[in-house]
Ligand binder design. Structure first.
Ligand code: MLT
Ligand code: MN
Ligand code: ZN
Length: 302
């Protein structure tokens, strides 16, 4: 299967409009690559594409990605859109897709309900956009030649739906990972990839589930759990936001160390994350541990 990282950044992107931190200033000055917000495109045949997560930057991302350009008068190669949670960085781009283009919109029933409760999403003309609720752990055809399966990962409800008490490692329909399997020529199950842009912890069952996959794209939001607090950028830890840190004894690099994976790539990096800087010691450390750092426009074969 082919994958294009449309946006490697977390919510806010890099540079973030209201942020003067070191990374944001460096990205504005062109010293490090900018990152648009969290999204990938995937295809089994190079002709039919699915967009997974619809970021607020989707319009620019589609413009920058040749494989997703129209192939005729009002003909788009995008057949499906899938969202992994209801966070704004993953759903706001749905409003960009309102131009009477037929596609299927996949999400869990709980996320479909969040979208249905927001009348602004009626801007996606129901005559053309078919909303398809998909139950956890049920395989479904995302595209010709490509099967997807959504599974619960530790996470929380979207920020705009948070109440007084927030459980940050809920296991349910509100935050999911995506398993992608491409059929080989004989119709047998072939290559296997995982896309998990938000994940609060890395439990043993998750490691067992992804073991042996050809590709993992995983939550790289924060290098250190408290990096936003230390940098004076906010009051929340990564865990409070539903994101396991990358580094440290309980970080995702260490947790996933023994898991067998063809390729492992961080996505959904926050602008505070030193992985945003290709020249940082932290980037060198992640690369030495076998990880690639997702960048906008990166093309991956799995
Ligand atoms: C997140 O990944 O934590 C969210 O995108 C935060 C947000 O909604 O801004
Ligand atoms: Mn996010
Ligand atoms: Zn910043």
């Amino acid at each position: 299967m082919q994958i294009i990282i449309l946006g490697a950044g977390a919510g806010g992107g890099l540079p973030q409009w209201n942020c003067g931190c070191r990374n944001c200033d460096a990205a504005r000055a062109g010293r490090i690559p900018a990152m648009t917000q969290s999204s990938i495109a995937v295809s089994a045949d190079g002709l039919n594409w699915a967009v997974i997560n619809a970021s607020p930057d989707l319009r620019e991302q589609l413009g920058a990605t040749r494989a997703l350009h129209p192939t005729g008068l009002r003909v788009s190669p995008i057949r499906s859109v899938l969202v992994t949670n209801g966070d704004l960085d993953h759903v706001a781009g749905l409003l960009t897709l309102r131009e009477s283009q037929p596609f299927d919109l996949f999400a869990t029933p709980a996320i479909q309900a969040v979208l249905a409760e927001n009348p602004i999403f009626q801007a996606m003309n129901p005559q053309f956009v078919t909303r398809k609720p998909v139950a956890l752990d049920q395989p479904f055809a995302l595209l010709p030649g490509l099967t997807a399966r959504l599974f619960a990962v530790p996470g929380k409800v979207p920020l705009y739906l948070e109440g007084e008490d927030v459980q940050t490692d809920l296991l349910g329909e509100q935050t999911v990972g995506v398993e992608l399997t491409a059929q080989d020529g004989a119709g047998q199950q072939g290559r296997r990839a995982y896309y998990i842009p938000g994940c609060a912890t890395v439990p043993d069952w998750l490691k067992a589930r992804i073991d042996g996959a050809d590709l993992l794209m995983f939550d790289g939001t924060l290098w250190q759990d408290d990096e936003m607090i230390r940098a004076g950028l906010g009051r929340k830890t990564g865990r409070r936001m539903g994101h396991a840190p990358v580094s440290g004894a309980d970080g995702s690099i260490a947790a996933l160390d023994g898991v067998r994976l063809g390729q492992r790539i961080f996505v959904h990096m926050n602008n505070s994350n030193p992985l945003a800087d290709p020249g940082s010691p932290e980037t060198a450390q992640a690369v030495a541990a076998g990880w690639q750092i997702g960048r906008d426009g990166m093309e991956i074969s799995a």
